[in-house]
Design a protein around this ligand. Structure first.
Ligand code: IVH
Length: 671
């Protein structure tokens, strides 16, 4: 094929992939299966690898790239990124409209109503139809250049064809502003993972979005599946069209994700109806909103109205009442989790919040109690946010709400088993150190039975408590020894429920290896790590036999996780448990992810700053091709992959006569 024919072929394939990305990530309505999509993507990767000169930055293969950075570079906005004034009642909304009428001298204005997405605002600069820069809001005038992270968000187009832009009525140079956010489900899942890995949980999806956009390592942003909704279209810092509603339609036509839940209202009455209709419905959205943004639709009037300080006069945010309430702390109790962690929980005077009655709220740990300065008897603000468990936000201190006096202290002995409680220096949590603490057992079993693990529906808290208290279940393997007669002795257990639970337990045996690994409850081994372990080793036996060094060859497994796995399987109780699970017939083998053989037996050392791949990506590439990555250079090293600023390892390689290669050569070797 001639080179121009290949170029055409590659570009056609890219357009096809862009179309399917759009169907999947923007419209949530894919036309092809994930497997077919992967096939197209692999085909493109193959062609680009054969013709590296034809790789363009806007190719769908180039979403994740670049090296981890030291920090972000500042970038100036084309015009200030404003924030919004708030209204909390219909009356405040009317006051706003009155001011708008007075200042504009017009009373027949139309208003664009949009959901107020609770994420982080972000500007996208396109030039010649290509995404050039992504900039955070910063102080409104100057933000941070987070382009590499923005590129990993699949609902953001890297380039838009001339044809599409023309149909949308847009020019090739423009700026989009919108909200980057994290869907609630993804937020909950990731927070769970973080807790398992011993990392601090994020308070809400907004903080998570902000933390993710400012990740120095783009591959982490890529994994976190962020979403982006566009709500402003500018050229040279000014509105592109004469109406906000037109901008929204054009953005949609150009392939951006624009929130469909919007309305052009003819008057404030219609605005109010829109606001009310979303008050209840917002609970069912997959992402969080905290209100409705109302904008004067005509941009000429927007300009006339102008802004005061950082807020425009032409728009306002109607904020829904927070899903919170004020109540009194009657006591502070302590809960013990499956890792032995002691969590202080506020027992509250019951208070209705967003449709349910709340009588408990978490206080997380001792540091949080100190930060809040909370005492027993205090009145506090409680909030139900993206997390399922309500939390105490702050202490209320005024005439009607006098302060409490009783200081809470962490018990020295576990409230469940009386075992010693220890707080390791440097850690935030207090833990019960008794390995046989029944609270740990109950937590372990609940984790094992949960939806992301062995999916044993019907094995809830009440049943687990009975099973453990009666000694019917002393570890997770005992679940597989339960009989119908045994179950029927329990309270509130009929024939049908017993049959159901047993059927669920039976069905769990068919679940794949990674679930069993995750279910063992090894410290720091979450869902993802379990998956990588299963793919790498292909069987539980192989994992049990692996040394810490061998475990570290697995994607994302570092010394801390490897050590924890080794420790777990070195424990005699745990080995017996695994033996019992094997006897019960759980899945102990899986599909080892086929590795290439191109680099079998070859040892690599990575050094310096890589340009085209992150460290993790390069490591994965080598391992996927059957090679090994080591931390230090020796005579046994086959290749040293050197990026810029390579130091002592490069010197050592030269000294020992080890081949030194660049990233491109590595790509070639790995095929
Ligand atoms: S318009 C001057 N539209 O709310 C116009 N903002 O409190 C300001 N936000 O910083 C932006 N959804 O992060 C606009 N549909 C929407 C929005 C929205 C959420 C955020 C945005 C802004 C903040 C202001």
């Amino acid at each position: 094929m001639s080179s121009s024919a290949i170029e055409k072929k590659i570009e056609a394939l890219r357009e096809k992939i862009r179309h399917h990305e759009y169907r999947y990530y923007v419209l949530d309505d894919p036309e092809i299966s994930d497997a077919d999509f992967d096939t197209l993507m692999n085909e493109l990767k193959r062609l680009e690898a054969e013709h590296p000169a034809l790789v363009t930055p806007d190719s769908p293969t180039q979403r994740v790239g670049g090296k981890p950075r030291e920090g972000f570079v500042k970038a100036k906005h084309s015009s200030p990124m404003l924030s919004l004034d708030n209204a909390y009642s219909e009356e405040e909304l009317r006051d706003w409209e009155r001011r708008v009428h007075e200042l504009s001298g017009k009373t027949d204005l139309e208003y664009m109503c949009e959901l107020k997405l609770d994420g982080m605002s972000l500007a996208l600069v396109y030039s010649d139809g290509r995404l050039e820069r992504g900039i955070t809001r910063g102080d409104g005038n100057v933000g941070e250049d987070v382009t590499l992270n923005v590129r990993t968000v699949r609902s953001i187009p890297l380039s838009i064809s001339k044809d599409k832009l023309k149909k949308a009525g847009m020019s090739a140079d423009f700026e989009v502003r919108g909200e980057m956010l994290m869907p609630v489900a993804a937020f909950r899942k990731l927070n769970e993972e973080r807790k398992i890995q011993g990392l601090a949980a994020f308070a809400n999806p907004r903080n998570f979005a902000a933390g993710t956009v400012r990740q120095l390592e783009p591959s982490i942003t890529a994994q976190r599946r962020m979403d982006y909704f566009a709500y402003m279209l500018l050229k040279d810092g000014q509105p592109f069209f004469d109406r906000q509603s037109k901008s929204m339609d054009a953005l949609e036509a150009a392939g951006f994700k624009v929130n469909p839940n919007r309305k052009l209202a003819k008057n404030l009455h219609e605005v109010w109806r829109f606001i009310q209709s979303w008050e209840a419905k917002r609970e069912s959205l997959p992402y969080e909103i905290d209100g409705i943004v109302v904008k004067v639709d005509r941009t000429t009037w927007q300009r006339e109205l102008g802004s005061v300080g950082k807020v425009p006069r032409w728009a306002i945010a109607y904020k829904y009442a927070a899903r919170g309430g004020v109540t009194q702390i009657e006591d502070i109790l302590v809960q013990v989790g499956r890792t032995g962690k002691l969590t202080p929980v506020a027992a509250l005077k019951p208070v209705p919040i967003g449709g349910t009655t709340v009588s408990r709220a978490t206080l997380h740990n001792m540091d949080e109690i100190e930060r809040l300065g909370v005492k027993i008897g205090d009145w506090v603000e409680v909030e139900r946010g993206g997390d399922v468990i309500p939390k105490v936000v702050k202490v209320v201190d005024d005439k009607e709400h006098p302060r409490g006096h009783k200081q809470f202290e962490m018990p020295e002995h576990c409230p469940v088993c009386g075992g010693n409680v220890v707080r390791t220096p440097g850690e935030v949590d207090h833990r019960c150190v008794n390995a046989n603490c029944p609270a740990k057992l109950q937590g372990t079993i609940l984790h094992f039975a949960s939806r992301h693990v062995m999916e044993i529906d019907g094995l809830g808290e009440a049943l687990v408590n009975q099973l453990t208290e009666r000694g019917l279940v002393k570890n997770v393997a005992d679940l597989y020894k339960l009989t119908k007669d045994g179950l029927l002795q329990l309270e509130r257990m009929g024939e049908k429920s017993a049959d159901n639970v047993l059927a669920e337990i039976e069905a769990s045996k068919k679940l794949p290896l990674e679930r069993v690994i995750y279910g063992l409850g090894i410290r720091f081994v979450g869902e993802r790590t379990a998956q990588f372990l299963a793919e790498h080793f292909g069987s539980l036996d192989a994992i049990m036999k692996a040394s810490a060094e061998e475990l570290e060859e697995v994607n994302e497994v570092g010394p801390r996780i490897a050590e924890s796995i080794v420790e777990f399987f070195a424990n005699e109780h745990n080995r017996k448990l695994v033996g019992d699970l094997r006897k019960a017939g759980l899945t102990f083998t899986g599909q080892k992810k086929e590795k290439g053989t191109k680099l079998t037996g070859k040892t690599f050392v990575l050094t310096g700053t890589l340009e085209r791949h992150t460290r993790d990506e390069a490591k994965k590439m080598i391992e996927d091709a059957g090679g090994r990555v080591s931390g230090s250079v020796s005579k046994k090293t086959d290749y040293v992959v050197a990026g810029s600023d390579a130091g002592s390892k490069l010197d050592k390689a030269r000294e020992l006569g080890v081949s030194v290669i660049g990233e491109e050569e590595l790509e070639e070797l790995a095929g």
